[in-house]
Design a protein around this ligand. Structure first.
Ligand SMILES: NC(=O)c1ccc[n+]([C@@H]2O[C@H](COP(=O)([O-])OP(=O)(O)OC[C@H]3O[C@@H](n4cnc5c(N)ncnc54)[C@H](OP(=O)(O)O)[C@@H]3O)[C@@H](O)[C@H]2O)c1
Length: 163
């Protein structure tokens, strides 16, 4: 799973969207997902209209008529994993939003998290991954805020070790 979250675990604003301007994190997200399959909730997929380049979206929805050009539709996380396997995807990167992180957490073996050093207002939160398994930080890099990036941030990679 890949996500950026504030200190209070907020990942999305009151009216949707990402509640900060952090081009460094946007570039990190684009680089990590390049050439990979991405699992997305229908809401986040619609927010990202026009964003996809080398990424293949697999969109979770309960709407059987929903159409994804140059991608796939799934009605469960299990089905999305099967699609990725059938397509010989190297990885299925769970990319939000909040309901998809919650639905996919038990399947995840790696978390690519950006810890944003701010308290931010919002209605969407990253789930409590610490409570469902033990995770080991295998990589971590911190960046100060600067002229383009309004908050400091840490990129971290966590691997599931127990649970
Ligand atoms: N900070 C980050 O890293 C990050 C990353 C991604 C998104 N976000 C933010 O997260 C927010 C959106 O989160 P959200 O929870 O409202 O929306 P979401 O997870 O993107 O999409 C919700 C939709 O996904 C479908 N869905 C959810 N669970 C499902 C299941 N178990 N089976 C089948 N379909 C399912 C439903 O679609 P239907 O209604 O079509 O059935 C549901 O309405 C936005 O603010 C976005 O910007 C933040």
């Amino acid at each position: 799973m890949i996500a950026a979250m504030a200190r209070n675990r907020v990942i999305g604003g009151k009216d949707g969207g990402i509640p900060w301007s952090l081009p460094r994190d946007s570039a990190h997200f684009r680089n990590y997902t390049a050439g990979k399959f991405m699992l997305l909730g229908r809401t986040t997929f619609e927010e990202m209209d026009g964003w996809f380049t080398t990424q293949t979206p697999v969109v979770l929805t309960r709407d059987f008529n929903f159409d994804v050009k140059e991608g796939f539709v799934a009605d469960s996380v299990e089905r999305a994993v099967s699609i990725a396997r059938e397509q010989s995807a190297s990885e299925l990167v769970v990319s939000g939003g909040a309901s998809i992180y919650q639905a996919a957490l038990s399947f995840a073996d790696e978390l690519i998290l950006t810890f944003v050093e701010a308290e931010v207002e919002g209605e969407h939160h990253f789930p409590g991954y610490e409570a469902v398994a033990k995770w080991e930080i295998v990589d971590e890099e911190r960046f100060e805020a600067d002229a383009e990036n309004e908050f400091a941030m840490t990129f971290a990679t966590l691997k599931r070790v127990i649970g």
